[in-house]
Design a protein around this ligand. Structure first.
Ligand SMILES: [Zn+2]
Ligand SMILES: [Zn+2]
Length: 133
């Protein structure tokens, strides 16, 4: 059985417990992630249903499928409407000690002042579009 990970937004109005696909996380430097996160977004992945506590406090930003806590503004996840595939903000999890940064996306539009030291698989904007359309 997969380990259950506890997570919550900054104010605690939204919380959940979920297994994860694995303990690798990915950084995204695309322009949406830069604006939403003020730097870059680090995502942990889970495919399946998640039962949220405080679901009434979740605001879904419809055009891009981002979800936020409506009380504190914490960025919760990005999810394609067509599938139960969550890119959960890694920052939500109580224990991040086992997370390993494996990939970085949109590295060619990453601001020069950001440098992540992990040894990652890096993909440019074009490589991302080629892979995911
Ligand atoms: Zn909150
Ligand atoms: Zn992004």
């Amino acid at each position: 059985m997969s380990e259950i990970h506890k997570a919550s937004c900054d104010c605690g109005a939204v919380s959940f417990e979920t297994p994860l696909n694995d303990l690798t996380v990915g950084a995204c430097h695309c322009s949406s992630c830069q604006k939403i996160s003020s730097s870059f977004y680090i995502a942990a992945h889970y495919t399946g249903a998640i039962e949220f506590s405080g679901v009434e406090n979740i605001s879904i930003y419809d055009s891009s499928a981002w979800a936020f806590c409506s009380k504190c503004g914490t960025n919760l996840y990005y999810k394609l409407k067509s599938a139960d595939e969550y890119s959960l903000s890694a920052a939500l999890f109580d224990d991040k000690s086992k997370f390993e940064l494996k990939t970085q996306l949109f590295t060619d539009i990453k601001p020069a002042y950001i440098e992540l030291t992990a040894n990652t698989e890096n993909m440019t904007r074009q490589e991302c579009f080629d892979k995911w359309g």
